[in-house]
Design a protein around this ligand. Structure first.
Ligand SMILES: C[S@@+](CC[C@H](N)C(=O)[O-])C[C@H]1O[C@@H](n2cnc3c(N)ncnc32)[C@H](O)[C@@H]1O
Ligand code: SF4
Length: 390
């Protein structure tokens, strides 16, 4: 059900559209940074924060990108001070994404002192050749060094992003990267199979026949991920996400205590503000998207208005269908009661056929209190989820 207009929104995403260099596989909106544009972006972002602050009381904040850690100390300080001024500090969980090459102790300490309490670091691989292959700017050594810096700065909730099924990656290399990454002792691991995004150099190489995709190998790598992560004490709570559990997972979510709350919010269909170029907001049933153009974003905010490119108001059933589709990514699936409370719709009434179809295919499991995808269904979650869209 739509959140009440009297209750402020509790989730904030901020997109930082700059990277030192574009990785060969990446389709997130970002560009190689230039000093002046970054300063202009920071001023525009603060303006955008001012425009929405009256409707925000963040319980979770996520600065993603792009590469938020590329902002320098002065730029970070400007953003953090304005958030302080606008009463936007104090989130229970506040994540900032970092590229290992742009971590420094000064910056890490500054973030920590303003209440950032979770860092997500893009590691991707610990194999030097594969890091080169992906166009990453850091070495494996930098990953270990940056991890230590973050610990030294007081971060006790760290996520590592890994990728598998990278062209040229053998099962053996993947096993080794996984074992080394898990041994680092982070609290959270996210691991994605490479997606060949159009308009990326990696996609062009695939089209040109420079390598083949081996789906069977990708399946074995995913199984290896689940089994190694589980053995290392992580709990899988979403297709690609694993976290440690310090309090004991509680029903109905059965999710580990160090699961990323901000992302769980997305998958459970809650409202959030998304600021910065290309960011999407979903506020009380209305989805808006900012321009994916930093120049244009800045121009709009300099005129005192949000840089919104599109706006879509979803009908309640369509909204519930999307919520169903997102939530099925979670290992806990959708508890019927929770779904009803969130959307006002009953999965057993409006999606009975789809749930039976998936159960029949071996992709889904109907339980007395919930519907969830099986491990096979999770492999094809996008196709399964599509059935729920209205
Ligand atoms: C915004 S980046 C993380 C922070 C920082 N920009 C970095 O790369 O170090 C988000 C994550 O998405 C994943 N990712 C990006 N593009 C991907 C793709 N085409 N296929 C699979 N995973 C991808 C990577 O694991 C990456 O760490
Ligand atoms: S993966 Fe991260 S560092 Fe690489 S281009 Fe994408 S956002 Fe930038």
């Amino acid at each position: 059900m739509a959140e009440s207009p009297n209750q402020p929104i509790t989730s904030l995403y901020v997109h930082v559209p700059f990277c030192a260099q574009k990785c060969l596989y990446c389709a997130f909106y970002s560009e190689a940074s230039s000093g002046e544009l970054v300063n202009r972006y920071v001023t525009a972002l603060i303006r955008e924060l001012e425009l929405v602050a009256h409707d925000l009381k963040p319980a979770t904040v996520f600065f993603g990108g792009g590469t938020p850690s590329i902002l320098n100390l002065r730029q970070w300080e400007q953003i953090l001070r304005s958030m302080e001024h606008l009463n936007l500090l104090g989130a229970t969980e506040w994540t900032v994404e970092c590229n290992p090459a742009t971590v420094s102790l000064d910056k890490a300490k500054l973030l920590r002192s303003f209440g950032v309490n979770r860092i997500s670091m893009g590691v991707q691989s610990l194999d030097e050749d594969l890091l080169d292959r992906l166009g990453r700017i850091h070495s494996r050594d930098t990953v270990f060094k940056s991890f230590d810096i973050l610990r030294k700065a007081g971060f006790d909730n760290l996520n590592l992003d890994l990728m598998f099924a990278i062209p040229g990656q053998t099962l053996d290399i993947w096993r080794k990267t996984l074992a080394e990454a898990l041994a680092m002792g982070s609290e959270h691991v996210s691991s994605y199979e490479v997606i060949y995004e159009e308009d990326t150099p990696l996609f062009a190489q695939l089209q040109a026949g420079e390598f083949d995709v081996d789906e069977d190998l990708a399946c074995v790598m995913y199984e290896e991920l689940v089994s190694q992560a589980t053995r290392a004490g992580f709990h899988q709570y979403e297709i690609a996400n694993f976290a440690r559990d310090t309090d004991g997972a509680t029903p109905p979510e059965n999710r580990p205590s160090l699961a990323c709350r901000h992302n769980v919010n997305y998958w459970r269909g809650s409202s959030f503000y998304g600021l910065g170029p290309s960011a999407t907001s979903y506020v009380r049933g209305v989805r808006t998207k900012n321009w994916s153009n930093t120049q244009l974003y800045c121009e709009q905010l300099e005129k005192g208005r949000r840089a919104i490119e599109s706006r879509e108001e979803l009908q309640p059933l369509a909204r519930a269908g999307e919520t169903a589709a997102f939530g099925l990514r979670m290992i806990a699936g959708w508890p019927f009661e929770q779904f009803r409370k969130t959307t006002g719709h009953d999965l057993r009434k409006d999606w009975q056929n789809e749930m039976e179809q998936l159960t029949h295919r071996g992709w889904g499991r109907l339980e007395p209190d919930r519907f969830r995808l099986t491990s096979e269904g999770l492999r094809f979650a996008d196709a399964a989820a599509e059935l729920f869209l209205r």
